[in-house]
Design a binder for this molecule. Structure first.
Ligand SMILES: C[S@@+](CC[C@H](N)C(=O)[O-])C[C@H]1O[C@@H](n2cnc3c(N)ncnc32)[C@H](O)[C@@H]1O
Length: 290
């Protein structure tokens, strides 16, 4: 499938639909897609409230971990309203950023934000409709792939990781932010109260969609632990895998690097670390990703 890049200087106010395999790949995906469509308008406000405004700090960390350089290509998959993509554009000049999601209402809110934000001469984002399990991009084209709160929502984490690794260039970085089940300890009952009672209440008041904000805590409590997610990154073939927890251990940012063809993935124990490696590899002509 040909995927046409909206060239810089010719920004589009439309989401690139023709790139898309927009149809969710399972019943669960259809449920998730519909749910984010319903809460899109108030999503950003809820995020700030639920995280006490801390989410911005974690997104800054995600972008730093992506180790991007001017001129690089970034895919922010499950971009939603574009928080990570906008942060990347703010931190690194001259990036080519593809912001992709399968919820058009979420991306429309993001586009509205973009039209209000001062771009300061920075390249506009390319908004693409795409399912993370079937990315409509060639292999080995992105210098980094980021995501925020994606894996908790997909039924096939290994499949989603495999797709992200496929589109990464050798040496490229995968970085992901997600919730993680609260660690055992004295604070756990308070955290569970926040997740199970406060968040659904807030969700009902602010979005009118209490069920969506009951799903969020349940998907958090049932999600992989930070160690398990790191194992999955490693199993997907990434090296230099590491993670850092935030907010009393309820959030985590994970990262890993796609090895160069000659670089064999190391054993699990030696691969999990916080070490960063710089992206390497040729820059393809990407005026059209096909
Ligand atoms: C909780 S929001 C996160 C948005 C943004 N990344 C952030 O950090 O705020 C999760 C997003 O993942 C998207 N999503 C979930 N499953 C997806 C899939 N299979 N393909 C593409 N996007 C997906 C949803 O549509 C939603 O916009």
């Amino acid at each position: 499938m040909g995927v046409h890049w909206q060239e810089a200087g010719r920004p589009t106010d439309k989401i690139t639909r023709h790139t898309m395999n927009a149809h969710p790949s399972s019943e669960h995906a259809a449920f998730v897609q519909h749910m984010f469509g319903r809460i899109a308008r108030r999503y950003d406000l809820m995020n700030r409230l639920m995280t006490f405004g801390q989410d911005r700090r974690w997104r800054r960390f995600v972008v730093r971990q992506a180790a991007l350089h001017p001129g690089d290509w970034l895919l922010d998959i499950a971009t939603g309203t574009g928080d990570i993509a906008f942060e990347a554009r703010r931190q690194v000049p001259d990036l080519h950023i593809v912001a992709a999601d399968f919820s058009l209402p979420m991306m429309r809110v993001g586009q509205l934000r973009e039209s209000r934000l001062r771009g300061n001469g920075r390249r506009p984002l390319a908004w693409h409709a795409a399912d993370t399990l079937h990315l409509p991009y060639a292999s080995n084209v992105f210098d980094a792939v980021t995501s925020g709160y994606l894996f908790r929502n997909v039924s096939d984490i290994a499949g989603a990781l495999a797709e992200q690794v496929r589109v990464l260039k050798p040496g490229g970085r995968l970085v992901t932010l997600d919730t993680t089940p609260p660690p055992r300890g004295l604070l756990r009952p308070f955290i569970q109260f926040h997740l199970r009672v406060i968040i659904p209440l807030l969700g009902r008041w602010i979005t009118g969609q209490a069920d969506a904000y009951r799903y969020l805590p349940e998907s958090t409590l049932n999600f992989k632990t930070a160690e398990e997610l790191a194992d999955l990154l490693h199993a997907a073939g990434l090296v230099d895998v590491g993670y850092r927890r935030f907010m009393l251990g309820t959030m985590a940012v994970h990262w890993g690097t796609k090895p160069a063809p000659t670089q064999r993935p190391a054993s699990r124990d030696s691969a999990i670390s916080g070490t960063m490696s710089r992206p390497v590899g040729p820059s393809p002509d990407r005026s059209v990703l096909s």
